[in-house]
Design a binder for this molecule. Structure first.
Ligand code: TRP
Length: 455
């Protein structure tokens, strides 16, 4: 085995904007445009939105700052970062390793769902070209072969970008992909909001029904916030490790959090009204008990039906651009998921970036193909790795920074790019959140859920 690498194969960000777009690109993905609106719809609308916002800002933002700081301090992947701060400990690096494992497992099903999004670009295209057989073939996401081929395509694209390096690959790709995505999203919302039936959707979305707040809703909202912000498994430790010492970390984290929450919020404005419009147009969405009929396929059934009722040519344009948008959002996220185990291989085994990206990519693809043919695994993986894995990782990261590394040392690192930090309100509040509020809140939610499930 080669000596652990300190070579330029690690790379670094070229500009502050580039970093923020890459981190926002990591955050904005299927979680925002598919996961969040689906959860809102199945968890009673505005109440979920409210708890989600609380989780994102009160728990997500401090943890994001923590991850970025740890990454920049050590300049390492998650495993290496824990090891660098506590070289004498065998236990702490395992937290980072758990993160790497969560990333690998999340990526394995993420590429499959991303593949569905891409498949629907063609399903919609062929539908409007009046080629129903071709359309139905691409729309059949249960098809293992189709899912496996598309997941492979996504993995190849992701490996291609990662191979290009941090600034030349990740930064350059996300710099064009992110603005494209926001542009398309806004155009679609602009159209939807003026359609009949949209109002009912907006009401459901924004009006919280407090009686629907249950331990399950809070657990889901927290898992969703961690997933959507890409937290809890060290993706942001890794992205932070490419960050210049001059950058202001809390400010960057605030930008990224706002961008992510903002885009989820926007996506809600698109999908929730679209659901009600589709319902107005005769598409069945809720059962008699008022539950969502097809929780997992909201985006893949309700939306296409909506596009079809809109008809040519607007329906075609919207259908194709929407799923294209979803694919782009997914790609900027798969990049960050793959970058974590790749950085791990570069740092810990001294592999070249190209080799690391290809070997790790192929390894994860093997799991993806298994998932493509056994799609019930997706739900299981989501529960274990998103629902429990990420918040647990977040808890352990807080614990480690608060009681092992110490928040004061983290503030020293932040000070390098934020000179007056010691005079700021942030420096008074953030340690409190990392030491007490975040870990206790996370633990409470996990225990509540456990009690609800097994008690
Ligand atoms: N945040 C992305 C989304 O919302 C998914 C994602 C990318 C992710 N990188 C991650 C989730 C790291 C957890 C950890 O779709």
């Amino acid at each position: 085995m080669a000596a652990p690498s300190t070579t330029n194969d690690r790379g670094s960000w070229n500009s502050k904007l580039g970093f923020i777009l890459a981190a926002a690109g990591s955050a904005v993905g299927l979680g925002n445009i598919w996961g969040f609106p689906t959860q809102v719809a199945s968890n009673g609308g505005g109440a979920f939105l409210l708890i989600y916002l609380l989780c994102s800002f009160l728990i997500g933002f401090p943890v994001m700052t923590a991850e970025l700081t740890m990454g920049r301090k050590t300049g390492k992947n998650p495993f290496g970062a824990f090891k660098a701060i506590r070289p004498d400990s065998k236990f702490y690096p395992l937290i980072g390793l758990w993160g790497v494992i969560c990333g690998v497992m999340i990526l394995s099903f993420y590429t499959v769902v991303a593949g569905w999004a891409f498949s629907y670009v063609f399903a919609e295209l062929f539908f409007f070209l009046e080629m129903p057989a071709a359309s139905a073939w691409f729309a059949d996401i249960g098809n293992g072969v189709l899912s496996a081929v598309l997941a492979t395509l996504f993995m190849v694209a992701t490996v291609g970008i990662i191979t290009g390096g941090v600034s030349g690959g990740i930064e350059r790709a996300t710099k064009t992909l992110m603005p494209t995505l926001i542009g398309i999203l806004i155009i679609l919302i602009g159209y939807i909001l003026f359609q009949p039936g949209a109002y009912e959707g907006i009401r459901t979305y924004l009006y919280p029904d407090f009686t629907s707040i249950t331990p399950t809703l809070i657990f889901d909202a927290m898992g969703q916030a961690f997933f959507s912000l890409s937290l809890g498994m060290g993706a942001l430790i890794t992205y932070g490790s490419y960050l210049n010492k001059k950058e202001n970390i809390p400010q960057a984290a605030a930008f990224v959090t706002l961008a992510d929450v903002g885009i989820a919020f926007l996506a809600g404005f698109l999908i929730i009204p679209a659901m009600y419009m589709a319902q107005n147009a005769g598409v069945e969405i809720f059962n008699e008990a008022g539950q969502l009929l097809e929780e997992d396929t909201l985006v893949f059934q309700v939306l296409p039906e909506l596009f079809h009722t809109i008809g040519m040519p607007v329906g075609l344009i919207f259908g194709v651009t929407f799923f294209f948008l979803l694919s782009i959002a997914a790609l900027t996220s798969t990049i960050s998921l793959l970058e974590v185990p790749v950085a791990f291989a570069i740092d810990e085994f001294g592999w070249r970036r190209k080799v690391a990206a290809r070997v790790v990519g192929v390894g994860i693809l093997a799991v993806s193909i298994l998932v493509a043919f056994n799609q019930s695994l997706i739900g299981t993986f989501v529960t274990i790795f998103n629902g429990v894995g990420l918040p647990l990782g977040g808890f352990l990261i807080c614990y480690f920074i608060a009681y092992v590394w110490k928040t004061d040392n983290a503030l020293d690192e932040m000070e390098l790019g934020y000179v007056n930090i010691r005079q700021s309100l942030f420096s008074k509040i953030w340690p409190l959140f990392i030491k007490i509020v975040c870990p206790l809140a996370i633990l409470y939610v996990l225990i509540q859920k456990l009690v609800e499930s097994f008690g």
